[in-house]
Design a protein around this ligand. Structure first.
Ligand SMILES: Cc1cc2nc3c(=O)[nH]c(=O)nc-3n(C[C@H](O)[C@H](O)[C@H](O)COP(=O)(O)OP(=O)(O)OC[C@H]3O[C@@H](n4cnc5c(N)ncnc54)[C@H](O)[C@@H]3O)c2cc1C
Length: 460
């Protein structure tokens, strides 16, 4: 170890896995944004909680910033290490610690992948219902740190709803046991909830106790083609009133084009500007109810075409059209917006924003998709080949400012589920008041007095 600070860490924790190879620094120093050049000091891969605490104590003594790192599937630059930080990867801490059949909870280490949590729940005949396409690579710790949402929020809510307890190493190295799995706990501030969505700026989640629930009844999946954006909210209201929805996701023809080019199969012929994938509880009446809703939508000019999956393979193929979008766009290094509004505010907002984006990006491919049933839209702008990265980002930032102003007027949020990270920190003030941000900074100061946990993220 040529760096004296790392030599001190290695001497303090002789069994700690420390990586300094350039390929490792590159691999662990970035997330899915790929916008910043990774430049961490080193990568630490602790094997237990005591090692995490010791790393944080060492960081305080040496004044080294620490970037907590899960699966680095984050879309806001939260896990990026570009300024000589130590990346603290939880990937080796990936075991199930406990299952409690009476409490219906699973306690896991924070580095466990979301998919592995799903599988562990399934072994006990239960489900952990937060779900989305990055399930195989993202970690439960990262999900907690971003309050991840996904495709089942309409039915089950965000990660926040499913966390019964957390074990956290705070910025001073102290270990906190937060809420300990209790359902009711009216004994002061709920620091567990404060930790959820804090993007690694307040503490390092090392263990989580998640709630499990019964699997949903069997379901049916339907793909609908829509003639315009107004129809989207009408069809949502229609289907929600007649069926028990498990998911209601939308995407545009531009998104479809990319996902088809990436290997997905077309399911509805012809050109249609908007599509919806919806999944709903299947019972003896749901097939008839879905068909009746479909016909009602067609009669009112809200639905142009549709298909209902007849097998699990067909259902998976329909889902792929929605779930494959983020991956199909990745080679274009899109500029991502992840905005949220009250559902009631969506129709007016959508009109305003369509006009704004049409004027702002006349020559760019703009890909819309998202969790419309939760009021959450993903607007991805793709860089034209003839534009440099820096010019492209500058143009997008200009439009994001206009978008943020529009959101502010409609009471929305600049980040629905991806977090603020580096990408959206300049716009935090459009969603949170000055007074709120001042209090947030104060909270950060209490948990992390030296400002070593993920500095530069969330706040400028
Ligand atoms: C194909 C694809 C689809 C996606 N779909 C969705 C979706 O539908 N909904 C959604 O919400 N997100 C989605 N995402 C974004 C991403 O998967 C989530 O934000 C996820 O929760 C990040 O988890 P991670 O382990 O990869 O975290 P990372 O990217 O490693 O980190 C994210 C943030 O959490 C912090 N962090 C990580 N681990 C810890 C820890 N143990 N303690 C404290 N802080 C920590 C990091 O410092 C960083 O700030 C998608 C991403 C991809 C690539």
């Amino acid at each position: 170890m040529t760096d004296a600070r790392l030599a001190a860490l290695a001497a303090r924790l002789p069994n700690l896995r420390l990586l300094t190879d350039p390929a490792d620094l590159e691999h662990y120093g970035r997330d899915w944004t790929r916008r910043w050049t990774p430049a961490p000091l080193a990568i630490a891969l602790p094997g237990d909680v005591a090692e995490v605490q010791d790393i944080v104590r060492w960081a305080n003594e040496q004044g080294v910033a620490v970037v907590p790192s899960g699966g680095r599937t984050g879309l806001s630059g939260g896990a990026v290490a570009a300024h000589g930080e130590l990346v603290l990867s939880l990937e080796r801490m990936n075991r199930v610690l406990d299952f409690d059949a009476v409490d219906r909870t699973l306690t896991v280490q924070a580095g466990m992948s979301l998919h592995a949590v799903h599988e562990a729940a399934k072994e006990h005949g239960l489900i952990y219902p937060v779900d989305f396409a990055a399930r195989g690579s993202c970690s439960i710790g990262g999900n907690i740190a971003t309050n991840a949402g996904g495709i089942r929020v309409i039915r089950y809510g965000n990660t926040r709803e499913w966390i019964a307890g957390l074990t956290v190493v705070a910025g001073n190295g102290k270990l906190l046991q937060l809420n300990r799995g209790l359902i009711k706990n009216s004994s002061g501030y709920d620091l567990r909830q404060l930790m959820i969505g804090s993007e690694g700026t307040l503490g390092i989640v090392v263990e989580a106790t998640v709630r499990l629930t019964d699997p949903p009844p069997s379901s049916q999946v339907m793909l609908l083609a829509l003639p315009n954006m107004d129809a989207l909210m009408e069809v949502f209201a229609l289907f929600r009133s007649r069926l028990t929805l498990q998911a209601f996701e939308f995407f545009t023809d531009v998104a479809l084009r990319h996902v088809l080019a990436h290997g997905a199969q077309r399911a509805i012929d012809g050109e249609h500007p908007y599509y919806v994938v919806t999944e709903f509880d299947a019972d003896e009446s749901s097939q008839d109810a879905a068909l009746a809703a479909f016909e009602y939508g067609v009669d009112h000019g809200w639905i142009s075409d549709g298909v209902i999956a007849q097998s699990e393979a067909q259902a998976a193929a329909l889902w792929r059209l929605r779930e494959g979008i983020t991956e199909s766009l990745a080679p274009h290094r899109p500029y991502k917006n992840d905005i949220s509004l009250r559902i009631s505010a969506l129709p007016v907002f959508l009109h305003e924003i369509q006009t704004l984006l049409g004027q702002a990006y006349p020559h760019f491919d703009v890909v819309w998709f998202g969790h419309i049933g939760d009021g959450n839209l993903h607007i991805n702008v793709l860089r034209p080949e003839n534009l440099s990265d820096s010019d492209f980002i500058a143009q997008c930032e200009h439009v994001t400012k206009l978008l943020a102003d529009t959101l502010q007027r409609h009471g929305g949020s600049i980040s629905a589920e991806h977090g603020i990270g580096l990408v959206k920190r300049a716009y935090l003030g459009s969603t949170r008041s000055e007074a709120e941000i001042a209090l947030m900074r104060g909270v950060k100061q209490v948990f992390d007095p030296k400002g070593l946990l993920n500095p530069g993220k969330l706040f400028i």
